[in-house]
Design a protein. Structure first.
Length: 541
């Protein structure tokens, strides 16, 4: 709704007009737009040699116009094609063609479209930057036209503003790289719990972020491990955006930082120096203990994303060590230099930037790994969300214990199917005659001790269940050694009978015992009688 030219408050006094969620046209040099796509933000600059344009006068903020773009704004600064960004900005109050300032830097995911004056300019932009590995040229919708340029002369000279938030842009690039490393670890799977702990205790300083990450993966880490890893992350931030670093110098700085922590730290540093000089073999870098020390040595040996993968294959780096190093080297690389696959699609980049901004402010965020539907081959889709933003879907292959459960079910005369509508696994007798029992494995059983829940829906819970009905459920469950619980869905709450099924030593008799208890509950509550009535009705037809 667009308010009238003048509004009145409760007492009848005129109030200033205000236009909410107005579209603003932001012109900038096409080269700068490509750099913004790679960095995830528009507004300000990461490089000193960025092309001069209208935006150079406003630091990290953005200058735009409502209605149309004056011709002088399209030609301000260096020669070259311009892109015009269409941005929805709240509480804009401006006449057409007048300058509007939007607080920045602004996520590129908030750009509605990038417009070019002609198809030729658009084709040239895509041809020039579409092959750059770090620029997601197709991330934001592109249009030909979509804005108007009017011939106007600039009335006031603009002075170039020295950006007061250049340091923030660099910091966001470092933290954006760390966030991309977090997403890479989550995509690989296996560390959801540790990443969840890390996101709940993140801080706003790089070395403290490193400490939080280490403690999330190794809660028992001692002071020496923490100090070494913090010094390593501090050293990476100091050398941020370099193409590499002097390993001996890097190690010397870490040694100086831990000098007061005893002989163990000195011995570790001397050992790392010998590894660097190829005087001794690389020690084991597994997850058994001392993750901070092992991860730092792995980081010294491989400080680029591609090298971490090679290190894992060639030296058998432990999964936890690899996860720690992955986050650190992605941060050292910086979001703007990472491959475009880390920035697409837009929802992934939006979640990544939200995480980077949370780390910048030291605000804890929540990780949610929500199980989706089960496929015909028992594989499952996991929806991964950070700070309320779904960043990607992860395909999880069925764990061995589910395949074993299926085999035991077949031996016992049952079948295990997938309910395509619910996306859940069901177990039933082959010949029918008993209700479908849902197999729940979403709780993430401890590796080596798999347990699933067998859930048998009994009845929808009414708005006011009677005491007698609830008592009957509990009495029947007690007699059959099962539990009673509630399951919620879009249709409301359902009373269910529950049994936990350990799978470490599962055999046919054990499966039949657990399923039989649930069927006994169902029959005791009238399920068998109801089924017989349905059969008789069907035979009469």
């Amino acid at each position: 709704m667009t308010p009238a030219a003048n509004e009145f408050d409760f007492w009848g006094e005129p109030q200033p007009s205000r236009v909410e969620n107005q579209e603003v046209l932001v012109p900038l040099h096409a080269d700068n737009w490509a750099l913004a796509l790679g960095a995830g933000y528009v507004g300000g600059a990461l490089k000193d040699d960025q092309a001069k344009d209208l935006q150079s006068h406003f630091g990290c903020n953005l200058a735009g116009f409502v209605g149309y773009v004056p011709s002088w704004a399209m030609s301000d600064g260096e020669a070259g094609p311009r892109a015009v960004l269409r941005v929805r900005s709240a509480n804009v109050d401006s006449e057409p063609g007048k300058l509007v300032i939007i607080n920045g830097p602004l996520r590129v995911t908030e750009i509605a479209a990038a417009c070019f004056e002609s198809q030729e300019l658009l084709d040239n932009f895509q041809a020039s930057y579409g092959l750059f590995p770090d620029i997601p040229a197709s991330l934001v919708p592109t249009l030909v036209g979509g804005f108007e340029v009017r011939e106007e002369t600039r009335e006031v000279e603009l002075e170039e503003e020295v950006s007061a938030c250049a340091g923030r842009r660099e910091n966001l690039d470092f933290l954006g790289g760390w966030a991309a490393g977090v997403l890479a670890v989550l995509r690989a799977g296996g560390h959801d719990e540790a990443i969840g702990r890390f996101l709940e205790q993140i801080s706003n300083a790089p070395d403290l972020i490193g400490e939080a990450s280490l403690r999330a993966f190794d809660p028992t880490a001692d002071d020496l491990d923490v100090a070494i890893w913090r010094a390593a992350v501090h050293g990476l931030r100091k050398r941020f955006r370099n193409r590499g670093f002097d390993r001996q110098e890097f190690l010397s700085e870490i040694r100086a930082a831990i000098e007061g922590l005893g002989q163990k730290g000195v011995a570790w540093a001397d050992g790392c120096r010998k590894v660097i000089n190829a005087e001794i073999d690389i020690p084991e870098l597994d997850d058994n203990a001392k993750l901070g020390r092992r991860a730092t040595l792995a980081l010294i040996l491989a400080h680029e994303p591609e090298a971490v993968a090679d290190l894992s294959h060639s030296l058998g780096v432990g999964p936890k060590v690899a996860a720690l190093v992955t986050q650190a080297v992605y941060a050292f690389t910086g979001l703007s230099r990472l491959d475009a696959s880390n920035k697409c699609p837009a929802n992934q980049l939006n979640g990544l930037l939200a995480l980077a901004e949370a780390m910048e402010s030291g605000t804890p965020v929540q990780l949610e790994c929500r199980p989706g539907k089960v496929g015909a081959d028992f594989s499952r889709i996991i929806h991964v969300s950070i700070a309320g933003n779904e960043v990607f879907e992860r395909l999880v292959q069925p764990p061995p214990y589910l395949l074993m459960l299926k085999a035991r079910a077949l031996e016992a005369g049952y079948k295990v199917d997938v309910d395509q509508e619910l996306g859940k696994l069901l177990i039933q007798r082959r010949q029918g005659g008993n209700p479908a029992i849902i197999i729940e494995d979403e709780s993430g059983p401890v590796p080596g001790q798999p347990v699933v829940n067998l859930v048998l829906p009994l009845a929808k819970l009414g708005a006011r269940p009677t005491t007698a009905s609830l008592k009957s459920y509990l009495e029947v469950a007690w007699r059959n050694a099962t539990a009673i619980g509630l399951r919620c869905d879009k249709e409301g709450e359902t009373v269910c009978a529950l049994a936990s099924l350990p799978l470490a030593t599962l055999d046919q008799d054990e499966l039949e015992f657990h399923v039989g208890r649930l069927i006994s509950v169902w029959e005791s509550l009238g399920g068998k009688k109801s089924l017989e009535k349905r059969r008789k009705t069907k035979s009469k037809d």
